[in-house]
Design a protein around this ligand. Structure first.
Ligand code: NAP
Length: 302
């Protein structure tokens, strides 16, 4: 916590005039990211699913930072129509977007679930939502260049592969394995996006935040609640967990850096599967179909 506070204090005003959108900013890493960007002077929009929680967080951030330019957009990101509506609403309110932080994500322990659109829930929320939102906001990002897309992935992607023959996991559902696949999807998406955005002034990077004492996985099943409680002493604070997101969203050190995966504010190698360009292209096309994006509406391949 001390580290975060120290860094924040020294960089006040660094984000003056920058417009940021942070998803999943009502809890954990996203909340700290939104608060610190606000502290540094950014105009911050929180994308949240719970209106009451969003209202309380907006009020708290305004009070803590003295920054009045904080607002919320309400959407359950697992629902395609709501993600689309949020993007439309954002564009109606803002002409510019300098930083998009794709942070919202979850793991769904216990039984396999489907979104309102009939898509396996982890895939819908962790991958398809940031894929759709980013593509819908791409023209705004390009018009605001230099701009950044920051996507919160996870070291849990290690060992995962995209199961093109069973994306819905109807045959076999192992929650943490499926979660790892969606985090691999975040990195494949980031690398492919960076290639497609080359020369536009918009960068795309992904990150692992560390093992963070947030609400992640809470309330899912009794067994996992117990496991998370036992593991909590080994977890880092949300302040520390947010540092790499904040770094990628705001630091001049990474201006122009794109298509990388970071941990502890440093570029690190992702798994081998994440560098598979053919898989990235194929998954991009599958994601276009699943999100209902017409081929021409996403970043074009170089
Ligand atoms: N914690 C870790 O150790 C860890 C490690 C690696 C990666 N990550 C990644 O870090 C990111 C942030 O997680 P966290 O640890 O900060 O967890 P968290 O405390 O549970 O926060 C998750 C955020 O996502 C929001 N969210 C969940 N479902 C949503 C939906 N359907 N629509 C819109 N927003 C939704 C939550 O909203 P509510 O407040 O309404 O619940 C919350 O604001 C995730 O992408 C996660 O995969 C976490």
């Amino acid at each position: 916590m001390r580290q975060g506070t120290m860094r924040q204090g020294t960089m006040r005003g660094e984000m003056d005039g920058r417009v940021c959108l942070v998803t999943g900013a009502t809890s954990g890493i996203g909340l700290v990211t939104a608060r610190v960007l606000a502290e540094r002077g950014a105009d911050v929009t929180l994308l949240a699913r719970n209106p009451a929680k969003a209202e309380a967080v907006v009020a708290a951030i305004k009070e803590q930072t003295g920054n009045p330019n904080i607002s919320a957009l309400i959407a359950d990101l697992s629902v395609r129509a709501q993600a689309r509506h949020a993007a439309d609403e954002f564009r109606a309110r803002h002409e510019r977007l300098h930083v998009l932080v794709n942070n919202a994500g979850a793991v769904f322990f216990g039984r396999r679930r489907e979104s309102a659109d009939g898509i396996e829930m982890t895939l819908a929320l962790n991958h398809l939502a940031p894929f759709l939102l980013t593509n819908l906001l791409l023209e705004t990002l390009k018009a605001s260049a230099p701009a950044r897309v920051v996507t919160v992935a996870s070291a849990a992607h290690t060992g995962a592969h995209i199961p093109f023959d069973d994306l819905w996991h109807r045959r076999r559902y192992f929650a943490f394995g499926v979660y790892g696949e969606t985090k691999l999807a975040n990195i494949l998406f980031t690398y492919e996006l960076a290639r497609r955005l080359d020369g536009t002034g918009v960068t795309a990077n992904a990150l692992h935040p560390g093992f963070v004492a947030s609400n992640f996985g809470h309330g899912e099943t009794r067994l996992w609640n117990m496991a998370f409680t036992l593991a909590r002493p080994f977890a880092i604070s949300t302040e520390r967990g947010a540092q790499t997101s904040i770094y990628l969203a705001s630091s001049p050190e990474v201006e122009g850096v794109s298509g990388r995966y970071f941990a502890n504010q440093r570029p690190v190698r992702s798994s081998r599967a994440a560098y598979d360009r053919a898989a990235a292209r194929r998954f991009w096309e599958v994601s276009e179909q699943l999100t209902g994006l017409a081929a021409g509406a996403t970043a074009q391949s170089a």
